[in-house]
Design a protein around this ligand. Structure first.
Ligand code: PSV
Ligand code: MN
Length: 429
């Protein structure tokens, strides 16, 4: 840590906020006493929580229509790592980066690992990309990858995933996330049944290549880019495939990958009960897979999701699950958005820890619905920001990361050295 930002600079900035912080934290501690919660334990839980940043998340995203690049954007994975390190130096909660291959291909993976280590970062799950073509070869993923009706193309997609495992092993990763764009735009275009069967057969080959201590996560999404049918469209399909593959295969919930009004927290509970919840991609959504900043639209839903993860029954598995942000920033500096989202996620997590599971159970026993609502709302409405700030203060991170970041003029400085034009003018990278 502190290779991207001078620690003294952070400390100096923190001084300005100390007086307010002390007052706010004193008030929060009084609240904790009333709730009979142990401060040390709470701090430990927050400190141990790790949130991965997506390599693609530090670049300015775009829509299908346009991309408006910002100044000083990272132009390769090495520079993306530097940006992620800035966020981690400031917040202290994001010490890993999740790469996406072939987007982040390099010639020397040991060098890449060293670069990340130098910045105090390690590698989280690897993401494989078979939803676009990367070469001029005749075989294309236009009609699918792992599920393609043509064996040769399925084999190419399998090979790409195996290659991701090889790269991930050098980087010290412990898992692979597979998301496919495979699906159809016309009724009858493909056999639903054959596509799913092809998927399972392809994944079985990849599964066999997983190192002992790895997991493989199956990310589902109802539509986009396919608009009539998608092969791995929902949590049920993801679960069925994970079950068929074996214990290392688990489901991944991307918050944006649900139809409007889906009860995501219930899916969390179901997958936990089935022992098949492997990871999250955090973002927020208003219509579909909008990739909006986490907690910017519906922070209460985020809190309810965490409430399922942290209740008495489920908390033992909390740190086994992989947590990552997956959002696309069209109109903000991605570093600021990722800091803000990190805060939203920590807020939701801590608030969920304020719920007394035993009290909730006894209120449920009595069908005391208003009592239950009060219990949840009291936790949700508690201002827990001073705890986050206190933990940051004690670990030499920034009390007010966005303020400190703005003082750095980071992107302006970087724009002088990051002069290479970025290839894509539309789409998400
Ligand atoms: C697809 O929408 C997704 O959520 C998958 O996780 C991809 O890897 C990521 O976005 C970037 O396209
Ligand atoms: Mn995702």
């Amino acid at each position: 840590m502190f290779k991207a930002i001078d620690q003294n600079f952070i400390e100096k900035n923190n001084k300005k906020f100390l007086k307010d912080q002390n007052k706010d934290f004193e008030y929060f501690q009084e609240k904790l006493l009333k709730l009979k919660l142990n401060l040390g334990l709470l701090k430990k839980k927050v400190f141990e929580f790790n949130l991965a940043l997506p390599s693609w998340g530090v670049g300015t995203g775009g829509t299908r229509f346009a991309r408006f690049p910002g100044i000083g954007e990272p132009t390769n994975i090495f520079e993306k790592i530097e940006d992620c390190a800035v966020i981690n130096d400031l917040t202290g909660s994001t010490s890993s980066i999740s790469p996406h291959f072939p987007w982040d291909n390099v010639s020397d993976y040991s060098e890449l690992k060293e670069h990340a280590t130098h910045y105090g970062l390690n590698f989280d799950l690897i993401n494989s990309n078979t939803f676009q073509d990367f070469s001029n070869s005749k075989s294309s993923y236009k009609f699918g990858s792992l599920t393609n009706i043509k064996k040769k193309i399925r084999e190419k997609a399998i090979e790409l995933n195996i290659d991701c495992i090889k790269k991930g092993k050098i980087l010290g990763s412990k898992g692979l996330t597979v998301w496919l764009g495979d699906g159809t735009n016309f009724p009858g275009q493909q056999s639903f049944s054959k596509s799913l069967e092809n998927y399972i057969q392809s994944m079985k080959v990849i599964y066999k290549k997983l190192p002992k201590d790895w997991k493989i996560l199956i990310e589902y999404k109802p539509y986009e880019p396919a608009f009539y049918s998608t092969v791995i469209n929902d949590w049920g399909t993801s679960y069925i495939c994970a079950k068929e593959l074996g214990p290392k295969a688990l489901s991944l919930i991307d918050l944006g990958h649900h139809l409007p009004n889906t009860n995501i927290e219930m899916i969390v509970s179901r997958l936990l009960d089935l022992n098949k919840l492997g990871g999250f991609h955090f973002n927020d959504s208003h219509y579909g897979d909008d990739d909006l900043d986490t907690g910017s639209i519906n922070p209460f839903r985020l809190f309810l999701i965490f409430s399922e993860l942290t209740n008495k029954k489920n908390f033992k598995n909390f740190n086994k699950i992989s947590y990552m942000i997956d959002q696309s920033h069209n109109v903000t500096d991605p570093i600021e958005s990722l800091i803000q989202s990190t805060d939203e996620i920590l807020n939701a997590y801590i608030k969920s820890l304020l719920i007394n599971s035993d009290e909730l159970s006894s209120l449920q026993q009595d069908n005391d619905i208003i009592g239950i609502n009060n219990l949840l709302k009291n936790a949700f409405n508690t201002d827990v920001r001073s705890l986050i700030k206190q933990i940051r203060l004690e670990n030499n991170n920034s009390i007010d990361p966005i303020n400190t970041y703005r003082k750095l003029n980071y992107k302006k400085t970087k724009s002088k050295v990051r002069t290479k034009k970025i290839f894509s003018l539309s789409g998400i990278v």
